[in-house]
Ligand binder design. Structure first.
Ligand SMILES: Nc1nc2c(ncn2[C@@H]2O[C@H](COP(=O)(O)OP(=O)(O)OP(=O)(O)O)[C@@H](O)[C@H]2O)c(=O)[nH]1
Ligand SMILES: [Mg+2]
Length: 446
């Protein structure tokens, strides 16, 4: 934390401008040692024009943004050099800064400093990375919402409830005669524990939406050879992505493409037709199909409606029945011979393009995409979900102890554990190793 760090904050490549960011106590001193238009002691939050000069050689014509602590991203002195883009100029200026005593920032180190210096909490730090890597509008909104602090407020409110509960228990233990205070009876405590536990459960339940918004939905299109899987993929993508022929076994490898349904990314995975085969290449393809089937959030089983179901179809129907699935009976332009019952059944064909909108609507229905709330206050990653689950476990433990008439001070320790675990989510209490791990996924320069 004592080092002055620097990094290229923009992505490296040919472009009009690159930004090199410097943060730390020597940021201004180092900049002044190579900048023609010296930054004065009273200057802050300004942009200065000048040249970067090293060993009497003009390196570049630049704009320098000066932001003195504490009102900066890292809460330290920050300088951002806007230089000409491209590899050579940008790397050259970075090299000079390193020679002048700056250290190259680790991935996410600027944001880590913002967190360690108390400007943003851990949820907001994670959201910064999610915002940078967002590929869909929903994911961007989710991240922005998290930076805005709605989730933080929710967690803080629950922690407040716990503090007030613990305080009341304390007063009741220490001053049983003090009747002005809310007397915590077992019934009342039980009621409060159930209430808080419900809030935590709802957070975990809602997290599935956060995951859908963040990661999208993976759909594996599976079925026997020649049923029309690739034709469905192509029509949904509105692009001839996969080869379609009337030869069974045309698709031999995975073919993927994404569409957006109400702002949610849906990854469609076309697979090789699943059946018993001795062909070596096809066999590998079938293995990949089974893998995709297992990894998918939803399996789209395609059946050729114009043919009677055979043993291969039946095997696949049995295989997917306990997974989240949709069955698409294809080739409805011909006489339909398949008669099966399923809650998620869609009939259609790709010849005169029928049923594909119903298929999209089915996906929206299966994942309740329309229920995703507009303010997008959801837990957005496994770390957060795990901590809320653990926090809830300790509440359930407290409730069990209460049912068994275990002394109230013992119960308090479970409440404290719950409070601490929720604190870890926002980074109020944290382990250094976890923090290091978390920021490693960031870009250098952020
Ligand atoms: N009549 C009719 N033919 C279709 C329909 N959908 C696909 N086909 C035809 O069925 C054949 C196989 O289509 P594909 O999309 O390649 O089938 P697939 O399931 O991907 O086949 P593999 O890659 O071999 O597993 C092609 O000749 C398509 O034109 C449909 O709805 N109606
Ligand atoms: Mg195919």
């Amino acid at each position: 934390m004592d080092d002055t760090i620097c990094a290229i904050a923009t992505s490296l490549g040919v472009g009009a401008i690159s930004i090199i960011r410097i943060s730390g106590s020597k940021a201004i001193e180092v900049t002044n040692s190579i900048f023609s238009n010296k930054i004065k002691t009273n200057e802050t939050h300004i942009i200065k024009y000048g040249h970067i000069i090293n060993d009497n050689e003009i390196i570049d014509e630049v704009l320098v943004m000066v932001m003195r602590a504490p009102k900066t991203y890292t809460v330290e002195d920050v300088v951002e050099i806007n230089c000409h883009g491209g590899y050579e100029t940008t790397n050259n200026i970075l090299r000079i800064l390193l020679n002048k005593g700056c250290r190259l920032a680790e991935p996410g180190e600027f944001t880590k400093r913002a967190f360690l210096n108390g400007r943003i909490n851990l949820l907001e730090s994670e959201a910064v990375n999610e915002l940078i890597t967002a590929k869909t509008s929903s994911k961007r909104k989710l991240a922005l919402n998290q930076i805005g602090g709605n989730l933080t407020k929710l967690i803080k409110d629950i922690r407040e409830d716990l503090v007030s509960l613990m305080a009341n228990i304390e007063v009741n233990i220490d001053y049983p005669e003090y009747t002005d205070n809310l007397e915590i009876t077992n019934n009342l405590l039980n009621e409060k524990l159930v209430e808080i536990s419900k809030k935590l459960e709802n957070l975990v339940k809602g997290a599935k939406y956060g995951k859908i918004v963040s990661d999208g939905i993976k759909v594996a299109i599976v079925g026997k050879p020649n049923v029309g899987k690739s034709s469905i993929l192509n029509h949904l993508l509105d692009e001839q992505k996969a080869i379609v022929t009337d030869i069974a076994g045309t698709t031999r490898d995975i073919v993927e493409g994404s569409i957006s349904l109400n702002g949610i990314e849906v990854l469609l995975i076309d697979t090789a037709g699943i059946h018993d085969t001795e062909d070596i290449v096809e066999k590998i393809g079938v293995e990949k199909s089974n893998q995709a089937l297992n990894d998918a959030d939803v399996v789209l089983l395609v059946l050729d409606g114009s043919q009677n179901l055979d043993a291969d179809d039946q095997k696949l129907i049995d295989l997917i029945k306990d997974k989240t699935h949709i069955i698409f009976i294809n080739k409805s332009d011909k006489d339909i011979k398949v008669d099966i019952k399923d809650d998620n059944l869609v009939i259609g064909n790709t010849k005169d393009i029928n049923g594909l909108d119903s298929l999209k609507n089915k996906l929206i229905e299966v994942f309740n995409i329309n229920d995703i709330n507009k303010d997008l206050t959801y837990l957005s990653n496994a770390r957060q979900i795990d901590l809320v689950n653990k926090a809830n476990d300790s509440l359930i433990r407290a409730k069990d102890s209460l049912d068994q008439n275990i002394p109230i001070d013992m119960i308090e320790s479970d409440l404290k554990t719950c409070f601490d675990l929720l604190g870890e989510i926002i980074g109020d209490t944290y382990e250094e190793a976890v923090i290091d791990r978390l920021f490693k996924d960031f870009c250098v320069g952020k």
